[in-house]
Design a binder for this molecule. Structure first.
Ligand code: ZN
Length: 136
């Protein structure tokens, strides 16, 4: 039996995953140019600064794009089809994108431009996934 793939925490992404475990949404922000760096990287792709600071963000955004998966069966996953993979543009910055699911929203209700907010799915005691839900 294959187990679900897990993120491997390292010096670059640990702040993101450790905050998620505490149900806080934290991204890395460049201290030199002020832009967010997501997914986490060792240096800012815009100005090459390595002065990156974990920064708690609002967790509010808009569905930028999405796809609906009608087939599961990926090794280690127990997908309930259909399910959506959403790309969310966060309020903090234009084109600051992140990817997740909307597990509590029927796929037919998801629309580009829909307002969403972060929620957290605890996989176990160590890993929590930031996910998305319709903003209230
Ligand atoms: Zn920068």
């Amino acid at each position: 039996m294959t187990t679900r793939p897990r993120p491997i925490l390292d010096a670059v992404n640990a702040a993101y995953w450790e905050a998620a475990r505490e149900h806080r949404f934290v991204l890395i922000r460049c201290d030199a140019c002020g832009k967010y760096v997501h997914p986490p990287r060792p240096a800012c792709p815009r100005c090459q600064s390595e002065s990156l600071v974990p920064t708690e963000v609002s967790g509010n955004g808009t569905v930028y794009s999405f796809g609906v998966m009608h087939r599961g069966g990926n090794p280690g996953f127990d997908e309930k089809v259909p399910f959506a993979v959403v790309v969310v543009e966060l309020d903090e910055e234009e084109r600051l994108l992140t990817v997740g699911n909307m597990p509590d929203c029927p796929v037919d209700d998801i629309e580009i431009g829909m307002r969403v907010t972060v929620t957290f799915e605890d996989l176990d005691d160590e890993i929590t996934l930031p996910q998305w839900t319709r903003a209230s």
